[in-house]
Design a protein around this ligand. Structure first.
Ligand code: TNX
Length: 537
């Protein structure tokens, strides 16, 4: 009560400066009751305590960040930019003298032990301030996504001539379950431009993803410039599934993607798939080929016919250059060496190859990730198998004490059709409707112990998609659900509750121009599309 009187007193003092402050304060005091715990946050935070009041985000709000802590001012500016995009409010960041300043958003670096995890953050929202604390800029960035999600799409400007966006008050304590929360984009089967990849990153960041794996090479095309082997892109950048014009990233383009991802606290994992899935490389440099056949450009969607010649030293000299050049441009700790579906490689040759490649990857300072087939090779404990299909391989990985990435195709493949009517996608693993994609527990999947799980990743293969709308159709809304599986505790996940929060993502997705699949399982809020409309096209 005392506090209320005090704030009223200050409010009256302000009236002298600002005629509308009185009016505004009245409106602040007239907030409809809020409930932070019922907000549509995805992924669901670890702990939410609602205090039922409101913070008024308006033209008098200012953002302040720890100025000497690395990355914090940038996180503050990122929030200001996103507030501007959503509300058109121009909120100053770290500007000392802001006339008529009222509500304040603080983004603080804090050494508190409670926050002793790289992505942990705490959010305290009161009527006067929003305080976001984290040890790291990364944690602050994740917390900023929560703030973004709490800002309503529409202002409540019915009571006065200027606009207020009400943020519910309370406290949020948050930290992800898994340290690796990724998705993969196959830019080899169909090429996607730098701009398209950036758009994808924008969306992933909003849902607190921290990894984007780029599948850069496959039978149909080679998408990354390697200066020491220029024909890879000169010759094999120009093909893709279905005969389109393909494309590739220059090293400058790739660096631009890596930088853009870093600004969103997302790590890029580059993949060169080998020794299978290498037809495009062998078209450019036929000495690489090990299947004994003449190599021709390939634009179909069969798999398993190509292989490197695993017994030639020149192949490893080539790979040393490729892995070095890519590693030099990649600040993240991982290099993905593929390893899937090498049906044209003899088993002993495959194992020999994987062992030699791991040494090259390690020499260039990276940890090797590979599809689950790599577990049969004598890989060391730093290697990370990505479980996509073989439960037996997953069990071998457990026995070897390896950390795995879970991407079980029948649950986590974004390129699986939703149902038999889906416009795009395949269904060799399963149909994966939105509920099936969400209702499984990575924490207890097929008995794999938690200590063997680094995280989860949802791959988007691109045989059947060739532009951003088609990416959107397959990735959204399922990728939103995977973000929650990677971040939120099993106790905080519930399909009925998630369905409602997902329904309320529609205004954001619409504003971002995302042509998501309007699953009939979800009661989409104010969606641009109806299920029937989509069915008709
Ligand atoms: C299997 S998953 C593949 C890819 C295909 C995908 C299509 C994996 C490691 N290999 O080459 O694009 O199925 O769903």
């Amino acid at each position: 009560m005392k506090l209320l009187l005090k704030s009223l007193f200050f409010c009256c003092v302000f009236v002298g400066f600002l005629s509308c402050a009185d009016d505004r304060k009245k409106r602040v005091l007239n907030f409809p009751e809020t409930d932070l715990a019922l907000e549509n946050m995805i992924p669901k935070p670890m702990k939410i305590i609602a205090t039922h009041g409101g913070f008024a985000l308006d033209e008098f709000t200012a953002i302040y960040t720890s100025e000497n802590a690395s990355g914090f001012p940038e996180v503050g500016q990122f929030l200001a930019d996103k507030i501007d995009a959503k509300t058109s409010l121009d909120i100053p960041v770290n500007v000392a003298e802001v006339p008529h300043r009222e509500g304040i958003i603080y983004i603080n670096q804090s050494d508190s032990l409670e926050l002793d995890a790289p992505e942990a953050y705490q959010l305290y929202i009161t009527a006067d301030s929003v305080i976001l604390n984290s040890n790291t800029a990364e944690g602050a960035f994740r917390g900023v996504q929560t703030i973004r999600q709490l800002i309503p799409e529409k202002s409540n400007d019915t009571l006065a001539e200027y606009k207020v966006w009400t943020i519910p008050t309370g406290k949020i304590i948050d930290n992800p379950v898994f340290e690796y929360r990724g998705t993969m984009l196959d830019v080899a089967r169909h090429f996607f431009s730098v701009e398209e990849v950036k758009r994808y990153i924008d969306l992933l960041a909003y849902y607190k993803y921290n990894v984007l794996h780029l599948h850069l090479t496959d039978d149909q095309g080679w998408r990354i410039e390697i200066k020491s082997w220029p024909k890879l892109t000169e010759v094999s950048g120009g093909t893709e599934v279905g005969g389109g014009e393909g494309g590739f990233y220059t090293q400058e383009d790739y660096r631009e993607i890596v930088d853009y991802a870093a600004k969103h606290h997302i790590t890029i994992v580059p993949e060169v798939d080998m020794p299978g899935h290498t037809n495009a490389a062998s078209v450019a440099y036929p000495f690489l080929n090990g299947n004994g056949k003449k190599v021709e450009p390939y634009e179909g969607i069969e798999v398993g016919f190509s292989t490197f010649d695993t017994r030639k030293d020149t192949v490893y000299a080539f790979l040393d250059d490729v892995i070095r050049e890519i590693s030099e441009m990649t600040p993240g700790p991982y290099f993905h060496a593929g390893g899937d579906e090498s049906h044209a490689t003899k088993k002993e040759d495959f194992n020999y190859f994987v062992e030699r490649v791991q040494k090259i990857v390690n020499k260039h300072g990276k940890r090797m990730i590979g599809w689950d087939e790599i577990v049969t090779a004598d890989i060391d404990s730093t290697a990370i198998p990505q479980y996509w299909s073989s439960g037996d391989n997953a069990q071998i990985a457990v026995k070897k004490g390896l950390k795995m990435i879970l991407s079980p195709a029948k649950k986590a493949y974004l390129d699986m059709q939703y149902d038999s009517l889906s416009k795009h996608g395949l269904h060799w693993a399963a149909y994966v409707p939105v509920d099936s994609a969400y209702v499984w527990n990575p924490e207890s999947y097929e008995g794999i112990p938690m200590e063997n799980i680094l995280g989860i990743e949802a791959p988007l293969w691109s045989e059947t998609i060739e532009n951003f709308d088609e990416i959107s159709y397959l990735a959204f809304p399922r990728a939103i659900g995977y973000s929650e599986l990677g971040w939120s505790t099993p106790e905080n996940r519930d399909w009925e509750d998630y369905r409602k929060r997902l329904a309320n993502q529609a205004p954001f997705l619409d504003r971002m121009d995302v042509t998501y699949y309007p699953s009939p399982l979800i009661d989409w809020q104010k969606s641009k599309y109806t299920y029937e409309e989509i069915e008709k096209d």
